[in-house]
Structures are given as structure tokens and as C-alpha cells.
Design a protein around this ligand. Sequence first.
Ligand code: FMN
Length: 316
Amino acid sequence: MEPQDVDLSAPFGPLTLPNPLTTAAGCAGPIRELAKFVPLDALGSVTTRTIMPRARAGHATPRAAATPAGLLTGLGLPGPGIEAFVERELPWLAERGARVVVSIAGERIEEFAALAARLGGQPGVVGLELNIGGPSHADLGLVFAANPAISYDLVRAVRRAAPADLPVYAKLAPDVLSITDIAAACVRAGADGLSMINTVPGLEIDPDTLRPALAAGPGGLSGPAVRPVALRCVHLVHAAMLAGRLPTVPILGMGGLGSGRDALAFAAAGASGVAVGSALLHDPTAPLRILDELRTELAARGLAAFTDAVGLAHRD
Ligand SMILES: Cc1cc2nc3c(=O)[nH]c(=O)nc-3n(C[C@H](O)[C@H](O)[C@H](O)COP(=O)(O)O)c2cc1C
């Protein structure tokens, strides 16, 4: 088996993508910079930063701190708002042949639904990813993703508002009591797939000022340190699907993914697609390298197709 003979095509729910690699939400910024290093149509898809109803400046700086184990960030979801995104950013991405998954969030369930309706039928949009990791303003700051009932209502409202042929993926937070319960609620509400994981909550103290290193105080940890956390989440939810505890839908795995070997590990745990996140910040060419490495890793194991690797860690 030669690497160039490996079939990387990736069925992902209603979509079949040319390969399983996408960008993790927010990590490629507005994506224009990434396009200088990677032809966007070479990726299976590209995932945008989270788009919200109105433009947001995000948190004050500093917004990022390096830790020995990974990156701690607290950006506060800065972005252009839905109208500027649809008018200015989306056409540019569509012209480059990008298959765009738009990450969306609102402060209320109705805002998520309105965004989904607005994005239906827009050029280049192949899917929606719901960033349900933020606090709901209607529920006194309770994080949407922490509660199965709220996650259910949210996904259901979006599924109803979006065109039936536009896949909706729910992106899960790792710091919940039972990620399988949240996953089950999202799938039962009509999610076509699950993305996991979002960043892991953390805090860093600046040793000089003895104050939190980020202006916002706590932030989200990403990078190699969170990879085992992410793999556990993917493995747990895939196992629950195999056991019939929730319907089977594709999983997009992410968290500290930096190599073809990492991509293969996520596939073995049960991911049908993978996303590269913080690795892009220090190496924007990483997606092409990871795809090459993935081909080599699969060929070396005699696996003719990426799909052959999905769930291997669960076989006897
Ligand atoms: C700088 C930065 C910005 C991010 N922005 C978003 C975002 O807008 N929406 C979202 O759902 N996740 C966001 N994330 C989380 C990532 O999409 C991803 O879930 C997480 O970083 C784990 O992957 P990684 O370890 O490969 O970075 C962001 C992460 C980073 C580091």
C-alpha cells in the first residue's frame, strides 16, 4: 500500500468530504490569512470562528497566555456579526471553493435559530456548528452545554429553523457531568453530528503581578495537554453509540491535534473527521502536513481508506 493510494474521503453524516480535516472554530481567525498558506479547497472543510448576531470586540487584552502544557485563551468571541459575515466574508470563502462550516452562537436559543435561518442557502455553507459552550443570558448565565434539557431545546430549535438539507453539528464542552448525556440530548434533538471538544477551563497567574494572566481572568486551555481529555470524550461517546445508548452520528474530533498520528488516534477513538486548532497558530501549513502524514500512517498499517480506521480502538 502506497500513501498516494489511500482513500481519504470522509463521509460525515449527510456530507461526503474529500478528506476528514477541517480547522477548529476560531483558530484560523477570519481564514483569509490561512489561505496564504493552504488552498482552502484542499481541506475537507473550513470551520469559521463563532459568528454571533452582532459585532463584538471580545475581551480586553491580554487574551492569551502560554503555559508549559498548552495555550490559555480568553478572546470573548470577537467577530463581525452575522450581516457583515454574510456580506463580506462568506462570498470570499465561497469563491475559493471552501466548504464552509459556520460556527454560530447566541445569548438565547432564539438567536441561535435566527442565525441558522439566515445562513440557510448561503453560498459555500455546507454545515452549521453550534458553539453551545457559552452562557445563556436567558438562564442566568447557565452554560447551554452543561444541561441536557437546554442542549436539547437549543438543537431542536436550530434544526427546525435551518433548511432540512443543511447539517447541524453540536460542539460539546468537556467540563460537564456526563458528556454522553449531553451528546444523547443533542442527537435526539436532531443534531447530524457532534464536535468535541471545546477548550478546557483553566486559569494562569502571572508570577510578577500575581494577578490572572488573562484580562478576563479564567480562560480555555487548548493544545497537546487537552488531547487525552478530548480522546476520552470521543471514545466515551462512540462507545455509547456502539452500545445503542444514543443514535450513531459522526463525531468531529479535536483537541491538541498536531500530526497525522494524532488524527489517526482520534479516528481510532471514533472520530469520522478531525480538526486542527491551536497548532495553526504556530504553523499555518500544519493542515497539509497532517494530511500527508495521515496518508503515510494509514498506508503503513495497510489501511486503504480513512474510514477503515474509524472506531478501531473499540474492536476486540
Ligand atoms: C485562539 C482560539 C480561538 C478559539 N475560538 C473559538 C470559537 O470562536 N468558537 C469555538 O467553538 N471554539 C473556539 N476555540 C476552541 C477550538 O475550536 C478548539 O475546540 C480547542 O482549541 C481545542 O482544539 P486545539 O487543542 O487543537 O486548539 C478557540 C480556540 C483558540 C485557541
